[in-house]
Design a protein around this ligand. Structure first.
Ligand code: F6P
Length: 552
C-alpha cells in the first residue's frame, strides 16, 4: 500500500478486463467439464509444520475463477505489497497507523519462535504462567471462595472482543470442557443479561472475570458493578472481592480503582486488538473451561497457521488465496456478503465471532492515507451452522437473485459418533451436497426430463437452479482444539490481506465511537422532557414517547 488506491494497480485494471471479457458469462459446470484437473489445481492441503499436527483441505475449485484470474489476483497482492506488510506486522512495526500501534496478536502464540522486538512481547510467557497457575488453582479446587467453598461457576463480563472470542471458543472446544464448572458470559448492557445470569449463580462459589482491554467500556463496567453489588449483598466485606473478582485488562489504574487487587489482574498490551485478543489474558475463561494445556494447544494451532502465512509463497498461501478470491467476488462480481457455514454444531458461534473480526476490521471507506476508496471494502459476514441454515435461508442462496459467496467448513471426525457416526455421515452428506447443488444447479432441460411432458412451465421454472453459485471449503480436521486455533488464524490473516490490498487500516475502529458519544449525551437527558435538547425531530420524538410511556 503505497498511497495508491487498489483500483490504481495495473492488475486491478486487468482483473476488470478479465471480468468484462468472460466472467459475467462463465459457468462452473463448463469450467469443470473443460478441465478434469480442476479440483487438484485449485485445492490446497495444509499440514502444520510446527507444533501439533493440523491438516486441512481448502478446496477452491468451486469458485468462479480461472488460472488467469487467480494469477492476476496474486499479482494484485504483490502490487499491494502484501508480503512486505505481513513482514512488518510480524516484526512489530506500527502498522496500525491511526493509533500508532503494533499489531501483534501473533506474538501471543509465538512461543519464542519468531523474533519480535516490541516492548511487552517478552512478557507474554509470564502472563501465560500466571494464567496457568490460576487456572489450575481454580480447576483443582485449591482456590476457595470467601466461605471456603470451591468455585463451580465462572462469569465472564466483557463485550465485543472481550466476549465473542471466549464465547465462540468455549463452545467450539466444549468436548474438552470441565463439565462441573459452569461458564456464563455477560455482555449486553440490557439488565436482563446480568439478572438472568445471576439467578444461576451462588455468591459463595462464583468467580467473576471482568474482561476489558480499556476497563472503561460502559457496558462492562456497569455489569461488573452490578455483579459486585450482588456479591457484596451476601459477602458483606469488601475484602472478599479478592477471592471472587479478577480482571483481564491493560489498565492497571482502573482495575485497582474498581477494587480488584493487582495480583488478580492478568495483563496484556496495547498491541493486542480487542477482536484479536482471545489469545491473550482475555482467553482466561477459555483456559478455565478447557484447561490450560488445551488452551496452549489452541495457541499452538494458531501459531502453525502464522508460520504458514509468513513462510509460504503466495500461490499456496491459504489466507492469501481466500482473501483474493473473496476480493474477486466483492469488487468485481459485486457480492455484498460472505456466509460462514460450519457443518459443526460446536462452531455455531463462528459467524458471530467473525462478524466483529471481519466487519470491525475492514468496514472502512477511507484508506490509511485518508483517501476515499472507489471500490467496495469489507463484506457483510453472516451465517449459521449447517444443517439449520438449510431449513431457513438456503432457499435464497440457491435460487435468489444475489450471488452469495459461501464458506463451508466441516470436521472429518465427530466428537459424538453416535450410532457408528450415523449423524456425522448424514451431516457430511449435506456438507458435500449443498456446494455441489450451488455449483452445478439444475437446468430447465433436466427439470423437464424429471417432471415429464405434462408439467406446467411455471412449475418447471420454479425448480431450475442457476449454475453460477459459489462455495469454498476450508475443512478442519480433528483434533479440534489445534484445528480451531488454525482455523481462526486462517480467517484473521485473510482479513489482514484484504485490508492491505484495499489500503485501509484493519486495526482501528473509529466507526464505533460516534454512537457511544451520542448515547452518553442522551443518557444525561433521559430524566426530564425539558432536558431533551439538540436533536433532530425524530430522535426528540422518540425520547419524548419513551418518557411519557415508561413505567419505572
Ligand atoms: O466495540 C468497540 C470495542 O472497542 C471493540 O473493539 C472491543 O472489542 C470492545 O469495544 C470492548 O472493549 P474493551 O475490551 O476495552 O472493553
Amino acid at each position: 500500500m503505497s498511497g495508491k488506491l487498489a483500483s490504481d494497480y495495473p492488475s486491478w485494471k486487468k482483473l476488470q478486463q478479465l471480468y468484462d471479457a468472460e466472467h459475467s458469462k462463465i459457468v462452473l459446470k463448463d469450467l469443470f467439464a473443460q478441465d478434469p484437473q480442476r479440483f487438484s489445481k485449485f485445492s490446497r492441503e495444509y499440514n502444520s509444520t510446527s507444533g501439533p499436527d493440523v491438516t486441512m483441505l481448502v478446496d477452491l475449485s468451486k469458485n468462479l475463477i480461472t488460472e488467469p484470474v487467480l494469477e492476476t489476483l496474486l499479482e494484485l497482492a504483490r502490487e499491494a505489497k502484501v508480503e512486505e506488510y505481513r513482514d512488518k506486522m510480524f516484526a512489530g512495526e506500527h502498522i496500525n497507523t491511526s493509533e500508532d500501534r503494533a499489531v501483534l496478536h501473533v506474538a501471543l502464540r509465538n512461543f519464542n519462535d519468531f523474533k519480535i522486538a516490541e516492548s511487552g512481547a517478552d512478557e507474554v510467557s509470564a502472563v501465560l504462567d500466571h494464567m496457568k497457575e490460576f487456572t489450575e488453582a481454580v480447576r483443582s479446587g485449591a482456590w476457595k471462595g470467601y466461605t471456603g467453598k470451591t468455585i463451580n461457576t465462572i462469569v465472564n463480563i466483557g463485550i465485543g472482543g472481550s466476549d465473542l472470542g471466549p464465547v465462540m471458543v468455549t463452545e467450539a472446544l466444549k468436548p474438552y470442557a470441565k463439565r462441573d464448572l459452569a461458564a456464563h458470559f455477560v455482555s449486553n448492557i440490557d439488565g436482563t443479561h446480568i439478572a438472568e445470569t445471576l439467578r444461576l449463580c451462588d455468591p459463595e462459589t462464583t468467580l467473576f472475570i471482568i474482561a476489558s482491554k480499556t476497563f472503561t467500556t460502559q457496558e462492562t463496567i456497569t455489569n461488573a458493578e452490578t455483579a459486585r453489588g450482588w456479591f457484596l449483598a451476601s459477602a458483606k466485606d469488601k475484602a472478599h472481592v479478592a477471592k471472587h473478582f479478577v480482571a483481564l485488562s491493560t489498565n492497571t489504574k482502573a482495575v485497582t480503582g474498581f477494587g480488584i487487587h493487582e495480583s488478580n489482574m492478568f495483563q496484556f498490551w496495547d498491541w493486542v486488538g480487542g477482536r484479536y485478543s482471545l489469545w491473550s489474558a482475555i482467553g482466561l475463561s477459555i483456559a478455565l473451561v478447557i484447561g490450560y494445556e488445551n488452551f496452549e494447544q489452541l495457541l499452538k494451532g494458531a501459531h502453525g497457521m502464522d508460520k504458514h502465512f509468513k513462510e509460504t509463497p503466495l500461490e499456496d498461501n491459504l489466507p492469501v488465496l481466500m482473501a483474493v478470491i473473496g476480493l474477486w467476488y466483492n469488487d468485481f462480481y459485486g457480492s455484498q456478503t460472505l456466509a460462514l457455514l460450519p457443518y459443526d454444531q460446536y462452531l455455531h458461534k463462528f459467524a458471530d465471532y467473525f462478524q466483529q473480526g471481519d466487519m470491525e476490521s475492514n468496514g472502512k471507506f477511507v484508506t490509511k492515507n485518508g483517501q476515499r476508496v472507489n471500490y467496495q471494502t469489507g463484506p457483510i459476514i453472516w451465517g449459521a451452522s449447517g444443517t439449520n441454515g438449510q431449513h431457513s435461508f438456503y432457499q435464497l442462496v440457491h435460487q435468489g437473485t444475489k450471488l452469495i459467496p459461501t464458506d463451508f467448513i466441516a470436521p472429518t471426525t465427530s466428537h459424538n459418533p453416535i450410532e457408528h457416526s450415523k449423524h456425522h455421515r448424514i451431516l457430511l452428506s449435506n456438507f458435500f451436497a449443498q456446494p455441489e447443488a450451488l455449483a452445478f444447479g439444475k437446468t430447465e432441460e433436466e427439470v423437464k426430463r424429471e417432471l415429464g411432458p405434462n408439467a406446467s412451465e411455471a412449475l418447471v421454472k420454479s425448480k431450475v437452479f442457476q449454475k453460477r453459485k459459489v462455495s469454498r471449503h476450508p475443512r478442519a480436521y480433528s483434533p479440534l482444539f489445534v484445528s480451531v486455533g488454525a482455523l481462526i488464524a486462517l480467517y484473521e490473516h485473510k482479513i489482514f490481506v484484504q485490508g492491505v490490498i484495499w489500503g485501509i487500516n484493519s486495526f482501528d475502529q473509529m466507526g464505533v465511537e460516534l454512537g457511544k458519544v451520542l448515547a452518553k449525551n442522551i443518557l444525561a437527558q433521559l430524566e426530564k422532557p425539558e432536558d431533551v435538547k439538540g436533536h433532530d425531530s425524530s430522535t426528540t420524538g422518540l425520547i419524548h414517547y419513551y418518557q411519557k410511556n415508561r413505567k419505572e
